[in-house]
Design a binder for this molecule. Sequence first.
Ligand code: MLT
Length: 354
Amino acid sequence: MAKNGTPRRRAKSAEHASAAIQDSVGAGVLPRGVTWTRRHLLDLDDFSFAEIALVLDTADAMKEVLAREVPRVPALRGTTIVTLFYEDSTRTRSSFELAGKVLGADVINISAKGSSVEKGESLIDTVLTLQAIGTQILVMRHHASGAPYLAARNASFRVVNAGDGWHAHPTQALLDAYTIRSRIGDLRGRRVVIVGDIAHSRVARSNTWGLTALGAEVVLCAPPTLLPMGLDGACKHDGEERNLPAVRIEPNLDRAVEGADVVMALRLQKERQASGLLPSTREYARLYQVTAERLARAKPGAFVMHPGPMNEGIEISSDVAHGMHSLIEEQVANGVAVRMAVLYLMMRGTKPDS
Ligand code: MLT
């Protein structure tokens, strides 16, 4: 039999999962008809429009939970979630922790600093240790691209990639898409400019996959030394040649922002950069800082975003970062609902046989 069963069985599984979702959150507004089929969330590179929409619709229901007087539901009671961070984090980690707690899960936080990693324990041994204590979802951030994939291959629990090296940060891209959708609606045909250190940014990569899957036009803007090679070519995915999503490259920020609905600034990832990529930070700020003057070239009312942490005065001016078109704090707030949706779908939205 095919891996996912007969069409009748598939339809029954979908109904089952959808009913489970409705019962457990009790919000009564979770989407019907689409089912979460993934064991792990490692990137958005093979996500369809419908799958992303499922997460965003589920996040809408989670926002309702968060708006309650006592924002707690037992949807994930008895579930053990471990956040394992080998790199610093404020927003991602705290929002995953809160998301798990709002859903009633037990959440354990581990940082590489202060754990057995400092005594030389290998990643695989750490993963096996966490499996032995009954972890059901591992939320993992690592400086090495691909590390969460290694964990996913070696453990029986589910893995959420909370940022791996330069590679991917799927929940950031989902919360960005959610934030844009909640302000401007359907993303199809909308222009999103991502400006900054594209080469070293996992946020830019995951956003490019996510936003193009939702039908947005993505413009990438950076000095040529901070643009990855081969953006117009094909990439290898699990040994298979695949086309990269269609994006427009525009190294001149004044031109890039013309007609934009959203401008997303990125931090210079100094911790990942080789030296000599930029003449100076001052020169970079002069040419690539998102300022009010530059934003005036975008569509009237265009929004500004930033995944944080921001370096105000370098990639974004303070008045724009805190101005009326900034969605930066909204991104952080939406991160909780979107991560609740992800954790919830991973445990309760999956087909019973996956
Ligand atoms: C990340 O973890 O990639 C952040 O959200 C963005 C950054 O570090 O600049």
